[in-house]
Design a protein around this ligand. Structure first.
Ligand SMILES: C[S@@+](CC[C@H](N)C(=O)[O-])C[C@H]1O[C@@H](n2cnc3c(N)ncnc32)[C@H](O)[C@@H]1O
Length: 219
């Protein structure tokens, strides 16, 4: 599998709690989707779901679980690289009796091209991607032209990506990246009620960070 040379995430020490490790060991085989180079059949996974939505970078998954619970008619695929968060979200699936959520542990730059058919997703959620505030790290921001080219074919026509960030320079950069692309149209929106406050967002609000929600539709 080809992997990106620049990582959009930091390799944090995998300080995983016993509960997270146990959840991972017990539940990943049931509610996780193994990473492989063959396309997955989303209709087999979610036979009755009206919409299929991917969340990229769910962190500890509190918002993910709330969204899945509030929209039982949709199917959710949650992708992250961080083992403690994988364990935590798997545990939330049991705690909330969620039938419509599956978890993939890997970089979305690998997951999307290898595992997803074109035009298979109704929407993508990207909530509080790592802001990489230092100039020398800006190239690690996940939203760039390559990312737009990655997600565009996987979204259905008129499918959308909903992004939220609490880092104003990142919001500006996201606007610039989309403005320079012919693949999407959209811009800043009011925060939809359907998006719960995430853990990362809560930490930013405590520091008076201004949150921007953006939505772009596939052309
Ligand atoms: C700043 S955290 C935000 C987490 C959560 N959305 C929230 O708002 O609390 C960003 C998350 O994105 C994940 N991430 C970054 N790049 C990723 C990638 N290429 N593929 C999958 N997950 C990624 C990180 O591991 C991290 O959990």
């Amino acid at each position: 599998m080809e992997r990106p040379s620049v990582r959009s995430y930091s390799i944090r020490g995998s300080r995983i709690t016993e509960a997270q490790r146990e959840a991972k060991n017990a539940l990943q085989a049931i509610y996780g989707i193994a990473v492989e180079t063959k396309k997955i059949n989303l209709h087999e996974i979610f036979p009755t779901s009206e919409k299929i939505i991917m969340e990229i970078g769910f962190g500890m998954g509190e918002a993910t679980a709330i969204i899945a619970k509030n929209h039982p008619n949709n199917g959710y695929i949650a992708v992250d690289v961080h083992p403690p968060g994988i364990g935590k979200l798997l545990a939330r699936i049991i705690e909330n009796d969620l039938k419509n959520l599956r978890v993939i542990e890997d970089d979305v730059h690998v997951v999307l091209p290898y595992m997803f058919e074109d035009e298979s997703l109704d929407a993508i959620h990207l909530y509080f991607p790592d802001p990489w505030p230092k100039k020398k790290h800006n190239k690690r921001r996940i939203v760039n032209q390559g990312f737009l080219e990655l997600i565009h074919p996987k979204l259905k026509k008129d499918g959308y990506i909903h992004i939220a960030t609490d880092w104003v320079p990142y919001a500006e950069s996201i606007k610039d990246v989309f403005a320079a692309s012919v693949l999407f149209s959209g811009g800043v929106i009011d925060k939809p009620e359907s998006r719960p406050v995430t853990r990362f967002e809560g930490q930013g609000i405590d520091k008076d960070h201004q949150v921007t929600d953006l939505m772009y539709f596939r052309k």
